[in-house]
Ligand binder design. Structure first.
Ligand SMILES: *Cc1c(COP(=O)(O)O)cnc(C)c1O
Length: 379
């Protein structure tokens, strides 16, 4: 008998009511029934991006499709963009820009560290004619959360466009579209939104439209102007992922009911308990003080084949945590705690980590991490 528990950095666990909503009988999308659902979802999405003035477009794609849409709608041939690159997803912004012939200037940040806004400021000042800055709220490959508010201050100081990958950060950390002056932000359904993979949500502020109007990069499906026109008619330009949008109606209503501030503080509390639990086992956080509340990245202890341990745990028990990617493979492991997660999920996740380490000969006292988690959560 196997039971599945996802503590991965996406996809994440889904509430049963959301699963049921997704399984509703199919309806046609050019109907008032669909339009009512879609209009509600679009309003609730504005709430999670904390915007009144902006609009949120829903694409049928993974998060990366939404990222591509951001690039092709905001830039033009020959533009220069500054990219904050502190891991796999910062790297993705750079690759997307290069794919479309945009000149990329990278602000390289060491894995496990957050970007220094002064370094970003110096880079913008040194480079002439930068058009936009691409940043990441939560760098899922390292567990780091960047200070988007401070980044936005720098970018606005130069009157440039700010585009933020908030794919794993939304619904976990505050992202204040209007208050911070972010021009475009993107998220995907399978992270903090408690939904299956398959939708990308792109929030576009009024301030972005000047650049969008001028943008001449090639696009057809990913066209913000077409999406805006359709949204004003309470629909999408092409056939929407109807079942996922019905599920989104339920998941976003749950977030509204809990209150976004409470959602943020729940994640802060659970992330803190996770960090304390792994530290009680004598382990070290990979991202140190820059660790966010989306996931906890931990240095794998010497002599433990962490990837084999993770695989064995998953195959035998259904509990899934993840290792590192690319150059971090075998060096770190990551415990995701975003979305539909409560305190006993953290107890379970830490007990699973204990099992992996114990079985692999790591010197430790069983229950020490779990008991620290309990202490934090009860206290
Ligand atoms: C998951 C993730 C992505 C990629 O999303 P896909 O849905 O896999 O395309 C991009 N950026 C960040 C920060 C992510 O966490």
């Amino acid at each position: 008998m196997k039971k599945t528990y996802l503590f991965t950095p996406g996809p994440t666990q889904i509430p049963p009511d959301v699963v049921l909503a997704e399984a509703s009988p199919m309806i046609h999308h050019r109907t008032s029934e669909f339009s009512d659902i879609f209009a509600n979802v679009s309003e609730d999405l504005k709430y999670i991006f904390q915007t009144n003035d902006g609009e949120v477009f829903t694409f049928a794609s993974s998060g990366t499709g939404g990222m591509e849409a951001c690039v092709v709608n905001s830039l033009s041939r020959g533009d220069k963009a500054v990219v904050v690159r502190g891991g796999k997803f910062g790297e993705r912004w750079a690759q997307l820009c290069e794919t479309f012939g945009v000149t990329v200037v990278s602000v390289d940040v060491e894995n496990g560290k957050a970007v220094d806004p002064d370094v970003l400021n110096d880079t913008i000042q040194r480079e002439k004619e930068v058009k936009a800055v691409f940043a990441t709220l939560s760098e899922t490959s390292t567990g780091v959360v960047h200070n988007i508010e401070a980044i936005a201050k720098v970018v606005k100081g130069h009157n440039l466009l700010l585009v933020v990958d908030a794919i794993s950060g939304i619904g976990v950390h505050p992202l204040m579209m209007d208050a911070w002056g972010i021009d475009i932000a993107v998220t995907g359904s399978q992270k903090g939104c408690m939904l299956p993979p398959g939708l990308a949500f792109v929030c576009v502020a009024k301030s972005a439209w000047g650049a969008i109007e001028k943008s001449d990069l090639p696009k057809y499906y990913w066209n913000f102007k077409k999406m805006q026109k359709a949204l004003s008619n309470r629909t999408t330009a092409y056939t929407p992922a109807i079942s996922l949008i019905m599920a989104a109606g339920k998941a976003l209503a749950m977030i509204r009911e809990e209150g976004i501030e409470n959602v943020w503080s729940r994640h802060a509390k659970l992330a803190n308990a996770t960090r304390e639990g792994v530290k009680a086992l004598g382990l070290e956080l990979f991202a140190g003080d820059a660790s966010g509340n989306v996931l906890t990245s931990v240095k794998a202890p010497e002599g433990v084949n962490i990837d084999a341990g993770i695989k064995k745990l998953r195959d035998e028990t259904g509990v899934t945590i993840t290792g590192g990617q690319d150059e971090l493979k075998g060096k770190i492991f990551r415990i995701g705690h975003m979305g539909y997660v409560n305190e006993f999920d953290i107890v379970l996740a830490i007990s699973a980590v204990e099992k992996i380490l114990y079985e692999n000969g790591y010197k430790m006292e069983l229950g020490k991490g779990v008991s620290r988690v309990q202490e934090i959560l009860v206290g």
